[in-house]
Design a binder for this molecule. Structure first.
Ligand SMILES: C[S@@+](CC[C@H](N)C(=O)[O-])C[C@H]1O[C@@H](n2cnc3c(N)ncnc32)[C@H](O)[C@@H]1O
Length: 287
């Protein structure tokens, strides 16, 4: 195993509140607006979408970030530390909190019996998907990791997205070429496909291929992209596959939650909390 110094370097915690004090500060900044403005609007939006209006679980969302432990523990994949060290060596930083990342790769690893591909809807700078590709190489899985993003940030938001605005998460110019160069350095170039553009455009092209997924990571933060990702990826997820929704319990992402609940409404499936804002479902049969 590499030194802890190297492993710490791979985590860039400037994108989230990393300490209890920072979390407290963030809660005080976001809490009043969340409870007094965003939640009442969210409950009205549930009515607009014909969903049961009351949703008790959202009351706890601001407290979830304080939980250091995941809500559900999947064992992390073998060689996880080695994969992190390889990312650090390639100069890649992970912007997701460590407990959420470990829960995510653990969920991916739990699908290893399912012979299908991986899709990430919302890749930003690509670090999470590259980590899964490296883990796949180390474990010799036969999987392609599909990475989808505008790479120019969040597109137009809808009336359901009260906590997000267009242009958040703009990747630096040349991000696709940078991801491809990083994939070369990590020897996973043949394990990834980068799809730049709106999900709707990419899905139109991917529809022509008979793709099936073992693992789906939906991380779009807003209603429209999350809705489109559910519509495309969930029916193509193999039995036993897992879908992780990064934003289901996010304080700023009530639009994404609406899209997921809207999509799952005709079923009895309810996402289970995973770690922090994330939640997951296991696909029992083709939807
Ligand atoms: C939080 S970021 C993803 C973070 C990434 N998964 C990670 O772990 O670093 C959300 C991304 O979703 C993308 N996105 C949202 N809606 C989209 C859409 N309709 N089409 C393409 N990309 C979209 C944004 O451009 C943004 O980069």
């Amino acid at each position: 195993m590499e030194s802890s110094h190297t492993l710490q370097e791979v985590f860039d915690d400037s994108h989230y509140a990393g300490t209890v004090l920072a979390k407290l500060k963030r809660s005080l900044q976001l809490g009043p607006k969340y409870y007094l403005v965003d939640l009442p609007r969210y409950l009205r939006h549930r009515r607009v979408l014909n969903l049961p209006v009351w949703d008790f679980d959202v009351l706890a969302n601001p407290l979830r970030e304080f939980r250091a432990r995941p809500d559900f523990v999947f064992p992390v994949p073998p060689a996880y530390d080695e994969a992190l060290a390889q990312l650090a060596q390639a100069g890649i930083c992970l912007t997701m909190p460590r407990n959420r990342l470990e829960a995510l790769v653990g969920a991916w690893w739990a699908t290893q019996g399912v012979a299908s591909h991986v899709i990430e809807c919302g890749s930003y700078r690509g670090a999470t998907a590259l980590l899964i590709a490296v883990l796949g190489r180390l474990q010799q899985t036969a999987q392609t990791v599909h990475m989808l993003d505008t790479f120019t940030g969040i597109p137009d938001t809808s009336r359901f997205d009260v906590g997000r605005r267009r242009g958040e998460f703009i990747a630096p110019d040349g991000q696709v070429a940078a991801i491809q160069a990083q994939a070369d350095a990590l020897q996973v170039r043949n394990r990834i496909e980068v799809h730049r553009g709106l999900f709707s455009e990419t899905f139109d092209r991917l529809k022509e291929r008979d793709l099936r997924f073992a693992f789906v990571h939906v991380d779009a933060n807003i209603y429209q992209g999350t809705w489109e990702a559910c519509q495309f990826a969930i029916p193509r997820t193999a039995r036993g596959g897992i879908v992780v929704f990064d934003d289901y319990n996010g304080v700023c992402d009530l639009g994404a939650r609406l899209a997921i609940d809207h999509y799952l409404a005709p079923t009895s499936v309810k996402p289970k909390p995973l770690a922090g804002s994330s939640a997951w479902i296991k696909v029992a049969a083709r939807a």
